[in-house]
Design a protein around this ligand. Structure first.
Ligand SMILES: [Zn+2]
Length: 283
């Protein structure tokens, strides 16, 4: 069953136990890393995955909290003698900068470097990114300080849809990207330019007709404040939960709504909120 593992849930400032937001999408054929803040190798190991099994990397935008782990990831793949290609997807703006960054490391002089295949995406809504037997991925531009993309993942067998806003102000592009998605993973940094608050994420989820709203990229640890689940629940009546590092989202068969009992009725997932435990819903 294809799954998404949250490797980091924090905004740009990581705290103990909460890394910068990034995640991995695991199917039978492909293992796709979505962004690569700090050290994805350790995060993948903790999640029980081998970083050398990654087939693809989607880089949403070129901010350090999303891109700074890539040089180490590529170097360590090379040190282990990787031969299989790694596909890297992103906007022209993003991949031009990634190539420049790797140029500072003189990576062209590293002998026998495995093939890295760059896929430059246009700034266009619902651009096809990747298609395999388990899922298809599309990207749409979102509204941030620099060019950035959100993602829509459609799972082939279950026909479920997961949308990911990435870092963005509320905008119609995100609403369209997440239209009728079973799960919308939306950032909740706060109500500042280029970002959204939990309340605004709730409004987007409502407009999009999303089934569930999972908040990510929010202030964690000593920087956390307020009650994001309650704030999002002011406008969005479906289930709301906070993503935590190592939350596993399984995109298998659909469970009846009653599975979630009172949480579903309340419009928030009280178990996650109270216990702060890792939440492993079957979507
Ligand atoms: Zn960010």
């Amino acid at each position: 069953m294809p799954k998404v593992i949250i490797l980091g849930s924090s905004n740009a400032i990581p705290t103990k136990g909460s890394e910068n937001t990034h995640m991995v999408l695991v199917g039978k054929e492909r293992m796709v890393l979505i962004d690569s803040g700090s050290n994805p190798i350790l995060r993948l190991e903790e999640a029980g995955l081998d970083f050398n099994d990654l087939t693809d990397l989607i880089l949403t935008h070129f901010h350090p909290d999303h891109a700074s782990g890539i040089p180490l990831l590529l170097m360590d793949m090379w040190l282990l003698g990787r031969e299989s290609p790694l596909h890297i997807y992103g906007l022209h703006y993003t991949l031009d900068r990634l190539e420049s960054l790797m140029g500072f490391y003189n990576w062209s002089d590293w002998p026998n470097f495995f093939p890295v295949i760059f896929h430059r995406l246009p700034i266009k809504e619902m651009t096809p990114v990747l298609d395999c037997s388990d899922f298809t991925i599309h990207a749409s531009p979102v509204r941030h300080f620099i060019p950035n993309i959100g993602l829509r993942v459609e799972f082939t067998r279950s026909q479920k849809v997961m949308a990911y806003s990435c870092d963005t102000e509320p905008c119609e592009e995100v609403v369209r990207l997440s239209e009728n998605a079973d799960v919308l993973i939306h950032e909740a940094t706060g109500e500042t330019p280029g970002h959204s608050s939990a309340r605004q994420a709730g409004e987007v989820a409502k407009k999009a007709g999303a089934g569930r709203l999972y908040l990510i990229h929010y202030p964690t640890g000593q920087y956390s404040s307020g009650d994001p689940i309650a704030e999002a629940g002011e406008s969005f009546r479906g289930i709301v939960a906070l993503m935590k590092d190592f939350t596993v989202l399984k995109f298998g068969k659909r469970l009846p709504l009653s599975h979630f009992g009172r949480a579903a009725e309340n419009g928030s997932d009280s178990r996650t909120k109270k216990a702060g435990k890792i939440y492993q819903p079957e979507i």
